[in-house]
Design a binder for this molecule. Structure first.
Ligand code: NDP
Length: 347
């Protein structure tokens, strides 16, 4: 059977900005026989995520990420439907997911790579398992719970950067659900600011491309910042940290503004910001969702319950067609998405 697949065409290079042309679509032949323990799947949805920028380098720079090889199939979070199975745990028609889903229209996968997913948990919105009910939602929830030190009733102000993205839009809402009094988001367009305030319950939002972030923060957070959910790093984070209170907490989730640069992770703070952090006893511990796998099941149920109850609003930006996955990645890295960037491969 002939299928389409996506391979890494070229690397953006040290300090290079990734573009759609770094990926290439080609045809390939999928065997019509599957072995014991294997499952043939049809791909429905694929995820593009900022961490993939590291996988585009020759060296991914960490022990939990593998660099993609040139002209080899790229992979990441995916969802599909079982067409044929020689693994007793799966039957045709089952919906399954994997963190290592090849970017192909169909694939033969080892059953051990797959987890079954229940569409009922997300009212049929299967793609949510790549976002709000998947690793993104877990990152927001566990980041807040493990590193946020939210204390209901103590009038805490939470600031979220990358606030209109997949993780940030959930982190702000979860901060409120967990007991913060006020949430202010920082993001890159007026439309995003509007969505955060009118649809997602944020108290206010700042467009960092148009507004003076320091001035706006002073105005919107007169009592200072108690918790900072940091998705972006760089100048935005330095500005937020300068307005953080004593004994406050940074949730060091990601540093997307630095991902195209050849620097170690997490990037060190500039000396004057490090000085503020030390003198005010601000915590800035690295957070990695993969370190909390034992909490995934119960946390996923919590996320699904909030989604069903309408307490957690979910946004997606969907690009159609496997051939557009490179464009979807480029767009997400440069702010084209509101909520989770998804690629719809087949219905
Ligand atoms: P998003 O959906 O937030 O997409 C990325 C967003 O980043 C863009 O939409 C853009 O929005 C913003 N952005 C891009 N470049 C810059 C820049 N130079 N300065 C400021 N903002 C920028 O992605 P995710 O929700 O998937 O990921 C968010 C963060 O969470 C990333 O840093 C990621 O690495 C991290 N992460 C961490 C995990 C962990 O375990 N610690 C797990 C999963 C994700 P805008 O228009 O606002 O610029």
């Amino acid at each position: 059977m002939i299928i389409q697949r996506v391979v890494l065409n070229s690397r953006p290079g040290i300090n290079g900005v990734p573009v759609a042309e770094n990926f290439r679509v080609e045809e390939a032949i999928l065997s019509d026989k599957i072995a014991e323990g294997q499952v043939q799947v049809r791909t429905l949805y694929l995820s593009v995520d900022p961490y993939m920028r590291c996988r585009m380098n020759e060296d991914a720079g960490s022990d939990y990420l593998q660099a993609w090889k040139l002209s080899e199939v790229t992979d990441g979070g995916g969802i599909g439907c079982v067409e044929e199975s020689k693994d007793v745990r799966f039957a045709p028609g089952d919906f399954v997911t994997s963190f290592t889903w090849p970017w192909q229209t169909k694939a033969i996968l080892d059953g051990k790579q797959l987890d079954k997913i229940d569409p009922y948990l997300v009212d049929g919105h299967l793609s949510y398992f790549l976002g709000a009910a998947g690793l993104t939602g877990l990152t927001a929830l566990l980041g807040i719970r493990e590193k946020g030190h939210v204390s209901p009733g103590s009038n805490q102000t939470l600031v979220v950067s990358g606030a209109a993205g997949a993780c940030g839009s959930l982190a702000g809402q979860i901060g409120l659900l967990e007991g913060c009094s006020k949430v202010v988001g920082i993001c890159g367009t007026d439309e995003k600011c509007k969505v955060l305030v009118s649809e997602m319950g944020f108290d206010a939002a700042i467009n960092y491309k148009k507004e003076n972030v320091a001035q706006q923060l002073h105005k919107l957070c007169p009592d200072g910042v108690d918790i900072y959910f940091d998705n972006v790093g760089g100048d935005i984070s330095d500005t937020v940290i300068s307005q953080m209170n004593s004994n406050s907490h940074i949730i060091l989730c990601g540093q997307i503004s630095q991902y195209n640069k050849d620097i170690s992770y997490p990037p060190p703070l500039p000396p004057e910001i490090e000085e503020i952090k030390e003198s005010r006893n601000i915590t800035r511990e690295r957070f990695l969702v993969l370190n909390y796998m034992e909490k995934y099941s119960v946390s996923t149920l919590q996320l699904c319950q909030w989604i069903k109850e309408g307490k957690l609003k979910v946004k997606e930006t969907v690009m159609e067609g496997l051939e557009n996955i490179g464009a979807a990645f480029q767009s997400m890295m440069s702010g084209g998405n509101i909520g989770k960037q998804i690629v719809l491969v087949s219905k």
